[in-house]
Design a protein around this ligand. Structure first.
Ligand code: SF4
Length: 219
């Protein structure tokens, strides 16, 4: 693992350049038009194993059928699994259903806003907890998925994020996320990894991070 150069000025530069990049390049996705924690949860669980294009129609259909956590909790497990089709990985609707029942039983049909409590739900891991806390409630909670790992690994360590200790990347993501703009920052990180700093064809030459990215130039 390389030594991280994440000093204050570099972190500030990364944050501001990422937010500027996002203002120009952000994707218009249906779950960005809501702050409803349940809707965000549904989108995040669907996106875990499925491409955005396939998730969009299913996201709308699923929420038409189960518009609230209460509605989902009332359904049977078999019904929920059927509604999930044709998305694969059938453990996902089972977890979602369990979360809905627990939210109704313990939290009055909503989801808590802090990542630690969210992680006590079966089916909500650290990433999903951070996504709900920041996207629904604007909390400065870090997120770390495959795309984010790749970006942080390249920029701050000059290597693929899979070769960096996960604990170090979580710490870095937590140090980077700004208190006031956690929502935009986390969305920006995901878009930047999904569309710009991609696994095979990163757009290094016109990249706003090129002056301090430790992996520059990759392509
Ligand atoms: S310079 Fe290349 S590797 Fe570095 S962040 Fe930009 S696109 Fe990714």
């Amino acid at each position: 693992m390389g030594k991280t150069p994440a000093d204050g000025p570099t972190k500030r530069k990364f944050r501001s350049r990422l937010l500027t990049w996002y203002a120009r390049h952000k994707r218009d996705l249906p779950w960005r038009r809501t702050r409803d924690p349940y809707h965000i949860l549904v989108s995040e669980i669907m996106l875990q194993q499925t491409q955005v294009e396939r998730v969009i129609p299913k996201y709308h259909e699923f929420l038409r059928r189960y518009p609230t956590l209460e509605a989902l909790a009332r359904a049977s497990r078999a019904q929920v699994k059927k509604s999930w089709y044709p998305l694969g990985y059938n453990i996902r609707p089972v977890h979602l259903h369990l979360v809905a029942r627990e939210a109704v039983a313990r939290y009055g049909g909503t989801l808590p806003d802090d990542p630690e409590t969210l992680q006590t739900f079966k089916g909500i891991g650290r990433y999903t907890a951070g996504a709900i806390a920041s996207f629904a409630y604007g909390k400065p909670a870090p997120i770390l998925d495959t795309n984010v790992k790749r970006v942080l690994g390249r920029v701050f360590y000059g290597m693929d994020g899979r070769r960096v200790k996960e604990r170090d990347l979580w710490q870095l993501a937590g140090a980077l996320v700004p208190r006031r703009r956690a929502y935009d920052f986390n969305q920006a990180l995901m878009d930047f990894g999904a569309t710009w700093c991609t696994p095979r064809k990163p757009l290094c030459l016109p990249c706003p991070m090129r002056t301090f990215c430790r992996a520059y130039p990759l392509a």
